[in-house]
Design a protein around this ligand. Structure first.
Ligand code: MTE
Length: 306
């Protein structure tokens, strides 16, 4: 069930710790300004049609229970170890099969984008989930601005490498940089966003400041954080978790309750914040976004293309 955000939700009820004051004035008009990564960007007046009407997790939950291995493997490590990370100034290299490659300052990227608020279900491969009110814009608008060349078939993403600011990168736990990829049609889908904020504020470091991907119908590890490179290519790119363990993590990684992870079931999930004894809920195919994205995979065997 999805609906347009109607402005009647009482945010102080759903997020007692939220610091995003003045939401109404923030969203009141197209001229409203929002600070994101040091940049001033416009935020659209209304939230997206794609938003879920499920109650969002609290800011506390969203910012204290994270996966961001650059800051450690514990769920609280990103919150505890990311204060020294500097997301400003920031630029993103966009290269490969594009008409206008270059190093784009975040301000330039945001200057050509209309920020929207979208409340997405977010489901991690470890079978926990959250509902997060992101602020971001469609990746497609950026790709269209740089001009994707006809032969391009995939988009590859890379996270910044800064071991001096990211203690997890001082170990060889993963083959840094963290890498992810999407097929071009997935990347161009309007549900795929680059997020620059949540709860109406700039993205906290632990959530991938200043700019990260959000692909709500895929397992959370596809949603790569702190992006410094977007590369258009005609070959399927290497991705971090697939490189580490191809049997457990495929390229597509669509949320699919019918395909179990080799070490655990993917049929149900636990909403973070629901309490220790909260009932698990059935996981939905494509995380509930099937009506929008199932057609992308027509004719594909998703038990093979997991
Ligand atoms: N991006 C980078 N660079 N490094 C990571 O370790 N973890 C992924 C994804 N993006 C990760 C990453 C995983 S496993 C998940 S579930 C989500 O980020 C978590 O996003 P959140 O902490 O904002 O909820």
């Amino acid at each position: 069930m999805r609906k347009r955000f109607d402005g009647n939700l009482n945010w102080s009820e759903v997020t007692p710790k939220a610091q995003w004051l003045n939401r109404r004035s923030l969203l009141a008009g197209a001229g409203a300004l929002m600070v994101a990564g040091g940049a001033q960007a416009r935020i659209a007046a209304a939230a997206s049609d794609f938003s879920t009407d499920a109650a969002p997790n609290t800011l506390e939950e969203i910012t204290r229970y994270n996966n961001f291995y650059e800051f450690g493997t514990g769920k609280e490590d990103p919150a505890n170890n990311s204060a020294g990370f500097m997301p400003d100034p920031w630029s993103v290299k966009i290269d490969g099969m594009v008409d206008r490659p270059g190093d784009y300052a975040l301000d330039d990227i945001l200057g050509g984008a209309t920020l929207e608020e979208r409340i997405y279900r977010f489901r991690c491969v470890e079978a926990w989930s959250m509902v997060i009110p992101w602020v971001g814009f469609e990746l497609a608008t950026l790709l269209n601005r740089v001009g994707v060349q006809p032969g391009a078939k995939f988009v590859a993403f890379e996270t910044v490498v800064r071991p001096e600011q990211m203690p997890g990168q001082r170990s060889r736990l993963l083959d840094w940089p963290y890498r992810e990829g999407l097929r071009l049609d997935e990347a161009m889908h309007p549900l795929t966003i680059l997020a620059t904020g949540l709860y109406g504020e700039a993205l906290p470091n632990q959530n991938g400041a200043p700019i990260r991907l959000v692909v709500p119908w895929k397992y959370g590890f596809k949603s790569i954080k702190s992006i410094v490179r977007i590369h258009l290519t005609d070959t399927m790119p290497a991705t971090t978790w697939n490189m580490l363990n191809a049997r457990e993590y495929g390229f597509y990684s669509n949320v699919n309750p019918g395909v179990d992870h080799p070490r655990w079931s993917q049929a149900s999930e636990r909403r973070v914040g629901g309490g220790l004894f909260a009932k698990r809920v059935d996981t939905q195919m494509f995380n509930g976004y099937g009506e929008h994205v199932a057609a992308l995979y027509a004719g594909q065997d998703l038990t093979r293309d997991y």
